[in-house]
Design a protein around this ligand. Structure first.
Ligand SMILES: C[S@@+](CC[C@H](N)C(=O)[O-])C[C@H]1O[C@@H](n2cnc3c(N)ncnc32)[C@H](O)[C@@H]1O
Length: 217
């Protein structure tokens, strides 16, 4: 039976579900992250729930100085090894932390989270509110999540044990932001993908990008 403790669950997931490349995920940047960040001026970036670091590695390769947090040491080790291999090790700090108790201690030009979903305990709204507080004046918060369960999935996300999937506008509302933020993207975006059985499918990403005003409130 799968562990219900978040650290154990994710550690087990990363240890047991690797493919022949030794990874669980593709290792590539998420399409929505690439699309939303490609035109931004690089600076400091914080990534929450970085997994094996596909996004962190892409950010670093595009000039960002990245702090990447995850609860799984196995996932972080995969990312760190890849960073070493790509000559990006000095651009990414890999941080082992549980976001349930994590508190930001500095601010960043970009705070990003991609698919920070979990079938075990994860106070996602609370984590994202703290994430917003870590955005520097003039900086951005990017939240990418699943906008819909994969087509043909026998069970919905909720039935798998995850909370309901919020729309980008619902994510925005849950951030309970004060004045001084501008919404730059709030969209459900279709994405072509190859499903586990090899079939071509369309997934839906829920994408929210907001910018904090230059003047610190
Ligand atoms: C669905 S994966 C997404 C990984 C990565 N962002 C990506 O897009 O490939 C969710 C990630 O969140 C991490 N995570 C879940 N709960 C966490 C927590 N409480 N603290 C830190 N990371 C957590 C998991 O270890 C996992 O790497």
């Amino acid at each position: 039976m799968a562990a219900s403790d978040p650290a154990e669950f994710w550690e087990e997931r990363y240890r047991s579900s690797r493919d022949e490349s030794g990874q669980v995920w593709s290792g590539r940047v998420n399409a929505a992250v690439e699309h939303e960040v490609a035109a931004l001026t690089p600076g400091t970036a914080l990534e929450l729930g970085c997994g094996e670091g596909g996004d962190a590695l892409w950010l670093a390769a595009h000039g960002w100085s990245v702090t990447a947090i995850d609860i799984s040491t196995t996932a972080l080790a995969v990312g760190a090894a890849e960073a070493e291999r790509k000559g990006l090790a000095d651009r990414i700090a890999w941080v082992h932390a549980d976001l349930s108790t994590w508190r930001p201690t500095s601010s960043f030009d970009l705070v990003a989270s991609a698919f920070l979903h979990s079938p075990v305990e994860l106070p996602r709204e609370e984590v994202l509110r703290r994430a917003a507080s870590a955005v520097a004046p003039g900086g951005r918060l990017l939240v990418v999540g699943h906008g819909a369960p994969p087509p043909g999935a026998k069970l919905s996300h909720e039935q798998h044990g995850g909370p309901p999937l919020p729309t980008p506008d619902e994510v925005l509302a849950s951030l309970e932001l004060a004045d001084g933020w501008t919404t730059e993207t709030s969209a459900l975006v279709d994405r072509s993908a190859v499903w586990r059985d090899g079939s071509d499918i369309t997934l839906v990403d829920a994408v929210l990008r907001i910018r904090r005003s230059d003047v610190s409130a």
